[in-house]
Ligand binder design. Structure first.
Ligand code: T5A
Ligand code: NA
Length: 239
């Protein structure tokens, strides 16, 4: 059997530079004659993706459970084509994946909920914030719909502090693009990273997304070259 392609996911907070880096990476792969393909989630072009797009731009309101399932369905609608491409030897670069799905939904809170204890040791009380409110959706529930999707061989997490990301162009236009929410998303990504490592569903590599474009590009290229040299003749795992 010929070597299958590698499945590489780029993850991170909003404006961490994922799409910029994914575009550069696919160009470099193609210049190196590596058969490769770029996909992204959410894929806003499908009927499900159009609903997601409208929700993200706050043009449509949807129940939090329903939108979570739509994000997952948007992955399932192309899951078999990802597997087919990998089996045919094509390396698939994926701009966001199930990990965003889990992190962004599990980080949601009900703004009208009663905050968990906000009293300090001296008996005073601090104003409730996003991080002191209970989650709206249980973590395990958020994880379930993506279980058994094809697992990446390598996930590159572009780490950035929310206040740095918020200074980048285009920030703040869509739902979830506020610093408190992004802080919580970042915490959840750390939890997911630990689980990915523990369960051995591919490698999770944290890269500093706050570096200069070119430095991030080189760090990504080093990891991807390594992945292409090694793991892509192994069996494809599942999330
Ligand atoms: N979501 C997503 C869910 O809730 N559930 C799910 O299942 C999924 C898949 C939209 C939202 O959907 C949520 C997560 C999101 O909140 P999206 O369509 O991927 O997801 O969002 P986009 O708007 O396309 O992308 P992001 O906001 O995440 O931005 P990127 O792709 O991380 O950043 P990029 O490359 O566009 O760069 C942003 C800006 O920063 C500059 C770029 O030039 C650009 O101006 N920049 C840098 N500047 C300085 N130094 C660097 N190193 C830089 N890198 C980039
Ligand atoms: Na993007």
């Amino acid at each position: 059997m010929s070597k299958r392609g590698a499945f590489v996911v780029i993850e991170g907070l909003d404006r961490s530079g994922k799409s910029t880096q994914a575009a550069t990476l696919i160009k470099r792969l193609q210049e190196s004659n590596v058969p490769s393909k770029l996909i992204k989630f959410p894929d806003r072009t499908t009927p499900i993706g159009k609903l997601i797009d409208s929700y993200l731009r706050s043009e449509t309101e949807l129940d939090d459970h329903a939108i979570h399932l739509l994000f997952s369905a948007n992955r399932w609608e192309v899951a078999s084509s990802i597997v087919k491409d990998l089996e045919n030897g094509t390396t698939v670069i994926c701009d966001r994946y199930a990990f965003s799905g889990i992190a962004f939904s599990a980080s949601k809170v009900d703004p009208s909920s009663k905050p968990v204890d906000t009293s300090t040791s001296d008996g005073s009380s601090v104003a409730p914030t996003h991080s002191t409110r209970p989650p709206l959706l249980p973590y395990s529930w958020c994880r379930a719909p993506d279980v058994s999707l094809p697992a990446p061989d390598l996930t590159l997490f572009l780490d950035i502090l929310p206040h740095i990301a918020s200074q980048r162009a285009g920030y703040g236009g869509e739902r979830y693009e506020n610093q408190e929410h992004q802080e919580r998303v970042r915490e959840l990504f750390s939890r997911i990273a630990e689980e990915v490592e523990a369960e051995g569903v591919g490698r999770w590599v944290v890269l500093d997304g706050g570096l200069e474009l070119k430095e991030v590009e080189e760090a990504i290229w080093r990891e991807v070259k390594e992945a292409l040299r090694g793991g892509d003749d192994g069996e494809l795992g599942s999330v």
